[in-house]
Design a protein around this ligand. Structure first.
Ligand code: FEO
Length: 450
């Protein structure tokens, strides 16, 4: 039985949600399931935007048959060839040999590699190419590495819809809702949107910024991603988050303490540090990296301005779960954070040096002070070291805040820059109702010039 929802008068969501598989891409836990979106446009030509993961193919094909209502399928836009969207493309080509695949050259190679066939009669599109389907005209924009090199987004100039591939997606099954405004997105979905972004495309911030600049030049009124809810209202909510995430800017001025602890000595020190920070009025959180999946910890590391890594030495090396986290942070290009370390080792502490080495390979990671060293557990009198670390962190956190508050001061450059398109407003003040003349983003997207 079909299960579809109308997106607009002539656009139908024909995707499906998978709640059976506990992990996405064999790596990321999906306790809330995963949505695989596909869309069918009923114009003078019929257009399918992508297919779905094999896990939901039965529902997808029932949805497609129903939505087509007996019409032939004219076009299939392939925005992204990763199998969570294109695993069923081979089956689709067999069921609908009349459909022309619309994709770029890189996708043709991937279709050949994944499906052992050439897409006969493919319509090749590149940057800025257009295709008219009747009432609608689409323009194609390349978005390499958001998330694979072949990724293309398409923009429906008629209705202002951006088909954004993985961009603006989230983890999570849709559970009946389709639009972001049908839920409290900030409260119930933003954490999963951040975890999706940071783990899937977090490594490719500059490429995401390029896509944001392209989108800023368009009159985007709706975003249809391949995962998660569709955005038809308050698009700035997600656009502003993407601008921040892609620039590796923290959302929270505070301290995150990811820790690993074998027998509790390191955890106790982390607990005491967290207490001192809270007493100093600093926002603080702790995450046990041996218990919490690294995808969640990585997401929070992107969120916080300051991070204290606390871990024991193990086999003369760094404890596995902390090493995995730090390697993952490096692989995802996390940068521009202030960090501190707590190391533990009962006879030859080495974890601090090893954590420093990994952090040293990353960009703009400022080590606040030498590691606090534990030998098995916090020794009497060492509370003072944690107290000093807490004060140094608090000063640093407040320093970040203070600098930002002081930016409009008289001796600073006068002006504000649009974080989306780079437009500079030369002015002492930024009116609340100011709109960027280039990308039409609101005043909230501007930052004072530094
Ligand atoms: Fe949702 Fe990169 O695939």
């Amino acid at each position: 039985m079909y299960c579809t929802r109308a997106v607009t008068d002539d656009l139908i969501w024909i995707g499906a949600s998978d709640r059976q598989h506990p992990v996405f891409e064999a790596a990321h836990p999906t306790p809330r399931g995963m949505a695989y979106n596909a869309y069918l446009l009923l114009d003078e030509k019929t257009v399918l935007m992508d297919t779905v993961d094999r896990s939901v193919q039965t529902q997808f094909f029932e949805n497609l048959d129903h939505a087509l209502g007996g019409r032939p399928l004219d076009y299939v836009f392939v925005h992204h060839m990763e199998p969570d969207h294109a695993a069923t493309l081979g089956d689709l080509m067999l069921r609908h040999p009349e459909a022309a695949i619309v994709c770029n050259k890189k996708s043709v190679n991937l279709i050949r590699q994944f499906h052992c066939t050439d897409p006969a009669g493919a319509v090749l599109v590149g940057e800025g190419d257009t295709l008219c389907t009747g009432r609608h005209t689409f323009t194609f924009y390349e978005a390499p590495m958001v998330h694979w090199p072949e990724v293309t987004v398409s923009y429906d100039r008629t209705d202002g819809i951006l088909f954004s591939a993985d961009a603006f997606g989230t983890f999570g099954a849709l559970n009946g809702i389709l639009f972001a405004d049908e839920v409290d997105f900030e409260r119930d979905w933003m954490d999963e949107a951040r975890r999706y972004y940071t783990n899937i495309v977090g490594k490719y911030g500059p490429q995401v910024q390029t896509l944001l600049k392209k989108a800023a030049g368009l009159d985007v009124r709706m975003i249809c991603p391949l995962h998660g809810p569709v955005w038809r209202k308050d698009l700035n909510v997600i656009l502003e988050k993407y601008a921040q995430w892609a620039a590796y800017e923290p959302e929270v001025q505070g301290v995150l303490i990811p820790f690993a602890s074998i027998y509790g000595g390191t955890e106790t020190a982390a607990n005491i540090l967290a207490c001192r920070l809270a007493e100093l009025g600093i926002r603080v959180d702790m995450m046990d990296v041996s218990v919490i999946h690294y995808s969640y910890v990585l997401s929070q590391c992107f969120r916080y301005s300051h991070i204290v890594f606390a871990a024991p030495t193990f086999n003369n090396g760094l404890f596995d779960s902390m090493e995995h986290l730090l390697r993952d942070l490096a692989h995802h290009n996390l940068q521009n954070r202030t960090v501190a370390l707590i190391q533990n080792g009962s006879w030859a502490p080495a974890s601090g040096k090893l954590m420093s080495q990994i952090l040293g390979e990353m960009k703009q990671m400022e080590l606040l002070q030498p590691p606090v060293t534990l030998k098995s557990a916090l020794a009497p009198g060492q509370e003072d070291e944690l107290e000093a670390l807490a004060r140094a962190l608090a000063d640093s956190v407040r320093g970040v805040c203070r600098v930002r508050e002081e930016e409009p001061a008289a001796d600073k450059p006068k002006g504000f820059i649009c974080t989306v398109c780079g437009y500079i407003l030369e002015s002492d003040t930024l009116p609340d109702d100011f709109v960027c003349p280039i990308c039409r983003r609101p005043a909230s997207c501007f930052q004072p010039l530094t």
